[in-house]
Design a protein around this ligand. Structure first.
Ligand SMILES: C[C@@H](C(=O)O)C(=O)SCCNC(=O)CCNC(=O)[C@H](O)C(C)(C)COP(=O)(O)OP(=O)(O)OC[C@H]1O[C@@H](n2cnc3c(N)ncnc32)[C@H](O)[C@@H]1OP(=O)(O)O
Length: 494
């Protein structure tokens, strides 16, 4: 190998001498390193492999499968004197983990959890346990996956999972890696200082910027994507912490002139961008925030923000993924829901990792409008908590559970039609959930078109005769015009 490694970067022979002789100042070194990333791209491309827009970092851990976790933990702690963690369940991976701290690296002790644990299969073949995998850090898991796949190395899984450190991981097939199972883990923190000059020269390489300029502390420059009153509550919260957690706040709106968020931006003197937004590749926003935006964001846009884009979603994900989480929760008769701060993924709605989540109660007279505002209050506070320590929030984030997924598709006008054969409870839920989106309607025999119901009053069985004797005579499931009350009287089934 005619290459020398300096802080994780491969250095071309021409520079090697200069670096060895310490001829470069620290500032120059950073320039050199950045240039080398692009020169290695050229090298990769000429070999028919896609541009390498990621870096290999250090060995994160060596994993050892053990048949007896207590005994193995005691050996490292009591015999070798190492600092060891508690045992943690990782149900997504079918393992228990214990980490043995080694200063610059770690040993991960693995023990089977559940019936289908890959560690059980390994222990069946290796009764006393043994080296299971090594974990290497990469700067961008998705870019690394593309590169290894292009080199015909099989990835064990369609998408990265969240690993033991709360970061995205991907395993590579041992048969394609010299008999060693390799785990790649996305390490968020890039160790190379940013070089403005080189970045400008390489402005097409958006991903370089993504890691080289990741700020680690407040205040953040935030780009906010929104539309309605729910969005405004969240934008207001961000605007209120300008000077502490947020430095610059700019708004993206589909219709800045007419939308609630556009008007809020104007009143608050915030810059507004019309959707679809075109950002300079070297923009200096740290993070994007989406609340009730309704447009799929392209991958390039998401990845141009060093911390990606966060979403304030109006439900406890994975329950009620989709465009209408609030009316769906009411319509379903749920007694509680909540707010989730989630990381946006390209191409798919509401599947990203959860950074924070908080519950709120659905009252018995709750409507979509009141509940939306309740969740907006909870969600905007949660958003500020996440922004207070973004690196920690990312380190703690969790993949969404695979169970408990419910979809919340957009409401359809036909869902606003009352079925008098259903129970009064269902009709009540229907009105509270849907009437702010579509008028509640019913069909009168002989009339062309629908009758729009302006207000619904529910009368208990015991009170029917006092309100209207006509109503009492109605058979369940039928309805009649009550001349004196200028209202339609209907009798539900239950
Ligand atoms: C918490 C998390 C984290 O750190 O973040 C974790 O650690 S999760 C750690 C647990 N999760 C994982 O391991 C996920 C990735 N692993 C897998 O998908 C699987 O275990 C495979 C590696 C594909 C093995 O699959 P499976 O057990 O069904 O097949 P198999 O036993 O027939 O093995 C196929 C061939 O691979 C070899 N083989 C199996 N496991 C191996 C290992 N760990 N190292 C080296 N070689 C291995 C077998 O000897 C066999 O070779 P021959 O054909 O020559 O006999």
């Amino acid at each position: 190998m005619d290459r020398l490694r300096v802080t994780g970067i491969r250095v071309a022979p021409l520079l090697r001498r200069a670096l060895q002789q310490n001829e470069t100042s620290p500032a120059m070194l950073s320039v050199c390193q950045q240039r080398l990333i692009s020169s290695s791209n050229v090298h990769q491309q000429s070999a028919g492999v896609p541009k390498k827009l990621w870096e290999l970092g250090k060995l994160n851990h060596v994993a050892i499968a053990v048949p007896d976790l207590t005994q193995a933990t005691a050996m490292y702690r009591d015999v070798l004197g190492a600092k060891v963690s508690d045992a943690h369940e990782q149900p997504e991976h079918g393992v228990y983990t214990v980490f043995v701290e080694l200063g610059n690296s770690k040993i991960e002790l693995l023990h089977p959890l559940g019936a289908n644990s890959p560690i059980q299969g390994f222990l069946d073949k290796n009764k006393s346990g043994g080296l299971h995998h090594i974990c290497l850090e990469v700067s961008d898991i998705n870019a690394a996956i593309k590169s290894v796949q292009a080199a015909k190395v099989r990835c064990l899984g369609k998408e990265p999972k969240i690993g033991a450190h709360g970061k995205p991981v991907m395993f590579l097939h041992p048969k394609d890696c010299g008999g060693v199972l390799i785990e790649l883990e996305e390490e968020m923190l890039r160790k190379i200082p940013r070089c403005e000059k080189c970045f400008r020269e390489n402005s097409g390489l958006v991903k370089l910027r993504r890691f080289s300029s990741k700020k680690l502390d407040v205040p953040w420059n935030v780009m906010f994507f929104g539309s309605d009153a729910f969005s405004v509550k969240n934008a207001e919260a961000l605007n209120d912490v300008r000077g502490t957690s947020v430095e610059r706040l700019e708004i993206v709106s589909k219709n800045p002139g007419a939308s609630r968020i556009g008007k809020f931006a104007k009143c608050s003197g915030l810059p507004v961008h019309r959707w679809p937004v075109k950002l300079e590749p070297n923009h200096d926003f740290d993070v994007g925030v989406v609340a009730s935006f309704g447009h799929l964001l392209p991958r390039e846009l998401i990845e141009s923000f060093p911390w990606g884009i966060l979403n304030v979603h109006a439900s406890l994900l994975p329950r009620w993924r989709g465009a209408a989480p609030v009316p769906r929760a009411i319509l379903n008769g749920d007694t509680f829901t909540g707010a989730t701060i989630m990381r946006i993924h390209p191409h798919r709605f509401d599947v990203g990792e959860i950074l924070a989540q908080r519950q709120c109660i659905i009252d018995s007279d709750e409507t979509t409008e009141t509940l939306l505002m309740k969740i907006a209050d909870v969600g905007s506070l949660l958003l500020l908590e996440v922004l207070k320590d973004l690196p920690k929030s990312f380190a703690d984030m969790k993949a969404q559970p695979t169970t408990g997924v419910r979809l919340a598709p957009k409401l359809k006008p036909e869902e606003a039609r009352v079925n008098w054969n259903s129970s009064s409870r269902c009709i009540d839920l229907q009105c509270r959930a849907i009437s702010s989106t579509y008028p509640i309607v019913t069909q009168w025999t002989g009339l062309i078109g629908d009758i729009r119901l302006l207000e619904l009053k529910f009368i208990a069985e015991a009170e029917i005769s006092a309100v209207s004797p006509v109503l009492q005579k109605l058979t369940p499931g039928s309805f009649r015009y009550l001349k004196s009350a200028k209202a339609i009287g209907a009798r539900a089934m239950r």
